[in-house]
Design a protein around this ligand. Sequence first.
Ligand SMILES: NC(=O)c1ccc[n+]([C@@H]2O[C@H](COP(=O)([O-])OP(=O)(O)OC[C@H]3O[C@@H](n4cnc5c(N)ncnc54)[C@H](OP(=O)(O)O)[C@@H]3O)[C@@H](O)[C@H]2O)c1
Length: 310
Amino acid sequence: MKIILVSRSAKEVIKGGIELHDEATVSDLQEAIYARTKKFYPSRQRLTLPLQSGNQGKPVVLSPKKKLVEYCDGNAKTLTVVFKDLGVQVLYSTLFFWEYLGPLIIYPIFYYFPVYKYFGYEGERVIYPVQTYATCYWCLHYFKRIMETFFVHRFSHATSPLSNVFRNCAYYWTFGTYVAYHVNHPLYTPVSDLQMKIGFGFGLICQVSNFYCHLILRNLRSSDGNGGYQIPRGFLFNIVTCANYTTEIYQWLGFNIATQTIAGYVFLVVATLIMTNWALAKHRRLKKLFDGKDGRPRYPRRWVILPPFI
Ligand SMILES: NC(=O)c1ccc[n+]([C@@H]2O[C@H](COP(=O)([O-])OP(=O)(O)OC[C@H]3O[C@@H](n4cnc5c(N)ncnc54)[C@H](OP(=O)(O)O)[C@@H]3O)[C@@H](O)[C@H]2O)c1
């Protein structure tokens, strides 16, 4: 069969198209494109079916495992495929590693080193126990995230665009600096001992719960990341779709109860808004996948992220 490869502006990407055998898969097509243009390795390619004129919906994305004939109308021997270059790709684990490494290194710099003299504070700095515990708590959190990236998560996508590394690092590294600067500041006023203990105690329980949620998500897929999306069940997932985000938000709340800075609360609010947005999309996806039709299970009634509000 013949594949005509066009760009989104309908220009031919490979002159004369590509000839493949009738049983060829989308993955074979990706390899054929790569063989012709070494720059476009498979994870850099996004292949879709052309949108019918007047159709404003999303185009059908071609699944690498499917045969190309499955996307043909009837016995057509020619298939037009729209090609998009996703840009340079990096492994998901690389993306997560770099975004988490920043806060893990930056935060202790403000605790251990006399950086405040560069901000005009020359006097001796008194270090309160809460600042020491906060540094341990913060580092534990990001160390945990790096370990989970390499040893727990089973990502469905192998790679992500390189540009996301810069965007995500900007987010995490900036907030890491902002919170570290304020919590370790020479003019910082600690909260009461009881408040500190409640905050860190609650936060640690949430961190352990977050880890347990990630283990539950891990077990929904096989070790090669196959298995698609399943209904997460057990523990807090019986109540809320994105229990991992719920516990993430509450563990930052615990940190803020213990340390009490505006910077920390700003980080909490921004992170909550981001995760709420993602959780709404994940909840919608699971409800669509598990619609109770044609033998598919129906997605159970659950909160999205922060019961009893959303
Ligand atoms: N502080 C912040 O601003 C912030 C923001 C985001 C995340 N986080 C933290 O980082 C952690 C990881 O974030 P994330 O956004 O990658 O989490 P996530 O998308 O909810 O999922 C973590 C892993 O579980 C998989 N997964 C999720 N739902 C699944 C389902 N229904 N069936 C099968 N597999 C499923 C995901 O697969 P896919 O690869 O297919 O997605 C991913 O590999 C969060 O849980 C949170 O603790 C913090």
